[in-house]
Design a protein around this ligand. Structure first.
Ligand SMILES: CC(C)(COP(=O)(O)OP(=O)(O)OC[C@H]1O[C@@H](n2cnc3c(N)ncnc32)[C@H](O)[C@@H]1OP(=O)(O)O)[C@@H](O)C(=O)NCCC(=O)NCCS
Length: 220
């Protein structure tokens, strides 16, 4: 219990350069309060005390603006920065050393039953406003950009941005359909290529016209 509390506080110092003292962190970080309330709610939920668990979770939501379903599984050293507007679904699983910013939803699509929320790997950053929807996994060390809407599996070591979310970096290398700035199309060269093609086809036509027709004359 105390080991958990200590590592939760240390996670704040590791991730937030604005944190000044333990006293300040313990009393003013609503992300920490939500995680601590969740640990109690989750224990009750696992014992089958669903309503009590839910009451604690709702009270925590009222105080912090962070709604964590008591059934959600949360790993070590989760850091929730700012909080407010965060929703974490019942069957969501979160690994260790994850950072979640304000406005994140780890939810379902409304189409699934049973396991319907995402599984987040270790050391994942989920930017503000990002929505991760469905029962797929987000791999270890991946980054979800702020405001991304992620609807399918994310492998390890990836950066996903946009709506719908797509992988733009994997293992530190750019991937996907984004423009490669080193190979931007040059409009002048493109125009010359088109002109060259046009000249070639005109030349072929002229050659055809010059061919002698029956009777030994050329077409005029
Ligand atoms: C995604 C993020 C984690 C950076 O990850 P990264 O692996 O370092 O990625 P990069 O910064 O190299 O960006 C990769 C590409 O994605 C783009 N990108 C990054 N974040 C993006 C976003 N949220 N939406 C759209 N595109 C984004 C970058 O412009 C870059 O594009 P380019 O290669 O064409 O230049 C970061 O941009 C982010 O969104 N962090 C969340 C921070 C946050 O929510 N802060 C709130 C504080 S209150």
């Amino acid at each position: 219990m105390f080991r958990h509390i200590r590592s939760d506080i240390n996670a704040v110092f590791e991730n937030d350069p604005a944190a000044h003292s333990r006293f300040e962190v313990i009393f003013t970080y609503s992300g920490l309060h939500a995680i601590w309330a969740h640990r109690i709610a989750n224990k009750l939920f696992r014992k089958g005390w669903f309503t009590f668990a839910r009451i604690i979770s709702q009270f925590s939501r009222f105080m912090t603006g962070i709604e964590i379903h008591p059934g959600a599984t949360i790993g070590e050293r989760l850091f929730i920065d700012h909080g407010m507007g965060i929703v974490i679904g019942e069957t969501c699983e979160i690994g260790d050393d994850v950072v979640i910013y304000q406005g994140v939803t780890l939810g379902g699509t409304g189409k699934e039953k049973g396991k319907r929320h995402p599984t987040i790997g270790n050391n994942v950053v989920i930017g503000s406003g990002a929505k991760v929807l469905g029962s797929f996994s987000v791999g270890d060390n991946s980054n979800i950009g702020s405001n991304a809407v992620v609807l399918r599996e994310v492998p390890d070591n990836c950066t996903v941005v946009g709506n719908p979310g797509r992988v733009v970096k994997r293992n530190g290398e750019r991937v996907g359909d984004r423009l490669d700035h080193k190979q931007l199309p040059d409009p002048v060269i493109e125009m010359f290529r088109e002109m060259h093609k046009e000249i070639e086809s005109l030349r072929a036509e002229v050659e055809k016209l010059r061919e002698p027709v029956a009777g030994g004359e050329t077409r005029s």
